[in-house]
Design a protein around this ligand. Structure first.
Ligand code: F6R
Length: 244
């Protein structure tokens, strides 16, 4: 695991965008695994700027997002389908037909998740998977548990995640209680993993994922076992970690 320390969110975002841009320059038909949430917004903004300047071409890129709320249509402003268009896809030259997000509008969880697993596998799994991390160490919507999850599956969100995500909804009651998420095993199939974290509220999760025991109680700790994982985090997120 390589750890890159940045001064702040902006610095983290530019460095993460540099890594993703290098991946796309070296392999124009890259498969990218993508995340939603606050962490990657600055990275997506930077990549969109480079794309508009002609420096980073997404025309041959394919993407697979980690997760989606169950029960939301693709056009629901709270859905991750919508988030990805608004924050990234609408600003770059990607072919929308090559972008994939689990189908939260399909009430048949088993069918929706199995279909997503088939698609990710057929694409050969991501060359690079971008991840944020939850305050409780979750990746995707893989919450702390007794075991590591495997393929895409339906999860009940924990109260802490519902609370954290409620900032994006009018009321906490509006946050969906379930989501479809890629499993930890699928995430680990990516050839490179880039985890980004910013802010003091991520400090415990970042310390545990880098230095703690590898345990499903902190799902992100599994990344210690990945052969090519880079963590780009700012001073605040690394504030509980030793300065190496
Ligand atoms: C989002 C996702 C989540 C977030 C995590 C951190 O697709 O998979 O695991 O990465 O909840 O969220 P932010 O970045 O909003 O702090």
């Amino acid at each position: 695991m390589r750890v890159v320390r940045t001064t702040d969110y902006h610095d983290m975002s530019r460095k993460a965008a540099n890594v993703i841009s290098a991946q796309v320059i070296l392999k124009p038909d890259s498969v990218l695994g993508l995340a939603t949430g606050s962490s990657p917004i600055g990275t997506y903004e930077q990549l969109a700027k480079w794309n508009q300047k002609g420096d980073c071409d997404f025309s041959a890129v394919t993407t697979y997002n980690l997760d989606e709320y169950r029960g939301l249509t693709h056009d629901d402003p709270q859905s991750y389908h919508y988030f990805m268009r608004k924050n990234f896809f609408d600003h770059i030259n990607i072919d929308l037909a090559n972008t994939h997000v689990p189908d939260g509008s399909n009430p048949d969880a088993a069918a929706a998740c199995a279909q997503y697993d088939r698609e990710v596998a057929a694409a050969g799994y991501p060359d690079l998977q971008l991840l944020g991390v939850g305050r409780n160490g979750h990746i995707g919507f893989n919450e702390p548990d007794d075991v590591f999850s495997k393929g895409t599956h339906c999860v009940n969100l924990t109260q802490s995640t519902i609370q954290a995500n409620s900032r994006l909804f009018e009321r906490e009651e509006d946050v969906p209680r379930q989501a479809y998420t890629m499993g930890v095993q699928t995430i680990m199939y990516a050839r490179m993993i880039l985890l980004i974290a910013s802010g003091k509220d991520k400090a415990e999760a970042v310390r545990d994922l880098i230095y703690g025991p590898v345990t499903p109680r902190c799902p992100a700790s599994i990344l210690q076992l990945h052969h090519h994982c880079i963590v780009i985090a700012d001073e605040d997120a690394l504030s509980l970690c030793p300065k190496e």
